[in-house]
Design a protein around this ligand. Sequence first.
Ligand code: SF4
Length: 199
Amino acid sequence: MTLTYTVGKGIYVNLTNRCSNACDFCIRQYGPTVYGSDNLWLEREPTAAEVIADLDKYDLSQYEELVFCGYGEPTERIDVLVEVARAVKARRDIPIRINTNGHGNLINGRDITSEVEGLVDIMSISLNTANAEDYVRICHPEFGAAAYEGLLEFARLSVPRVKRVVLSVVETTLPDSDIDKCRAMAEAMGAELRVRPFE
Ligand code: SF4
């Protein structure tokens, strides 16, 4: 199983293939790998100890960040994520990022932003659209329209607890007016907006 892989100077951690969205554009529809990685479909979800053991094969001083990304939504396994992040920080203060759909509080039924405070340096949240209606149409969240307000609330709660909170949209999928709305929403809560290229 591929528990970790590298992209450039980043180490990526693959905790789960579960996700509370089923986005039309999800790369998981196009194959089992990203950026030349090995197969990212997991036979079973790894324990924290297995992930930590796998990470011990890296010289952390040679990398610029560690990213919980997965081939799924990493906050589906928040307890494992926190345990792994704590172990990594104990070894080296490498920046840690979570790439998330922002549903972590809905998935876990509690505010998990307090649990990552001091461990996670960047919360990168896929905003995708400028309103809930478009979000439901494109991302098909299991939480329905509540997912959109849920992810905005997750972002707002993350701002005081994580050094950088970044909301992201894909440049070719939104009109400029929607990108402007997304930027205004991000800035109003003290977050950044990242307009990323379609890959
Ligand atoms: S949130 Fe990410 S992992 Fe989940 S379906 Fe959408 S693109 Fe795929």
